[in-house]
Design a protein around this ligand. Structure first.
Ligand code: GTP
Length: 257
């Protein structure tokens, strides 16, 4: 799908479809990009994910994107490989920049304007991360892809997604994964595992539910930013979700009286 742009490359959509969201932060794990290969980038997978993003962008929703780097390098496994954690994390951050450039290219091939903003300066290939610049790009209808996590080791890309979501005033953090929500036990190991439609931040933290790491959840909890965990691999799921359908598991604070 190609969306028309004006002379400055800005894209204008009619936002004909209704949506409860004006601005979202979508977090995609790097592993998804690898598809069946388990490593690297599968062109058909990244193309399909880009189509999902395009369909939401065409609704007039402003999109921030954080992609992990696990398809290229996993910082947490670095210890097992004899590297220290910080070095492994930096390698992981560089891996996210490769994925960011890949998704940028694929989205722009589909007519969606994008900007990659990197938390680690690499100005030959990406703009440095500057919050106000990110906001301006979003206002102009560009998909903003945040690369290199938050630029510091010991933080995951989930935490980067929470932080960036808050910084850009996103209304929701959408965590696109391979599973269709949050379960009480690992559904791959236990077929009787039950999926939650909704859990509170506190339940997620106390029960160690596989939503995101504790730092990422705490940040969302303290700032009242809901997280929705959903299967981004199912065709049309992202669009249905932003159209207001109940998909996946929502993690949020208790309802205010
Ligand atoms: P507006 O001025 O708001 O319209 O934004 P813009 O991004 O179009 O303007 P700018 O002139 O800053 O950028 C033009 C192009 O250069 C865009 O593709 C940017 O992503 C790119 N760009 C801007 N700053 C940098 C940088 O520090 N490094 C790299 N690699 N590209 C940059």
């Amino acid at each position: 799908m190609t969306i028309p742009r004006d002379q400055e490359g800005n894209q204008h959509t009619t936002a004909a479809q209704t949506t409860p969201y004006r601005r979202i932060l979508l977090k995609l794990s790097g592993e998804i990009l690898a598809g069946e290969r388990g490593l690297g980038i599968d062109p058909s997978v990244i193309g399909r994910l880009a189509d999902e993003v395009v369909s939401v962008h065409s609704m007039g929703i402003e999109i921030g994107l954080v992609i992990g780097g696990g398809n290229i390098f996993r910082g947490v496994q670095a210890g097992a490989q004899g590297l220290d954690r910080a070095s492994g994390d930096y390698m992981g951050m560089l891996a996210t920049s490769i994925n960011a450039l890949a998704i940028q290219d694929i989205l722009e091939q589909r007519g969606v304007p994008t900007r990659v903003l990197s938390a680690i300066e690499m100005k030959e290939i990406a703009e440095p991360y500057i919050r106000r610049r990110a906001l301006r790009h979003l206002e102009k209808g560009r998909v903003v892809i945040f690369a290199c996590g938050i630029g510091n080791p010991y933080f995951t890309t989930d935490t980067a997604a929470s932080l960036r979501a808050l910084e850009i005033n996103a209304q929701v953090l959408l965590k696109g994964t391979k599973v269709d929500g949050v379960y009480d036990r690992d559904p791959k190991k236990d077929p009787t595992a039950v999926r939650y439609e909704e859990v509170s931040f506190m339940e997620a933290l106390q029960q160690g539910l596989k939503v995101m790491d504790a730092a990422a959840i705490s940040l969302c909890m303290d700032n009242d930013l809901p997280i929705i965990v959903f299967d981004v691999g199912a065709e049309g799921n992202l669009k249905r979700l932003v159209s207001g359908e109940q998909i996946g598991t929502i993690v949020r604070g208790p309802k205010k009286e």
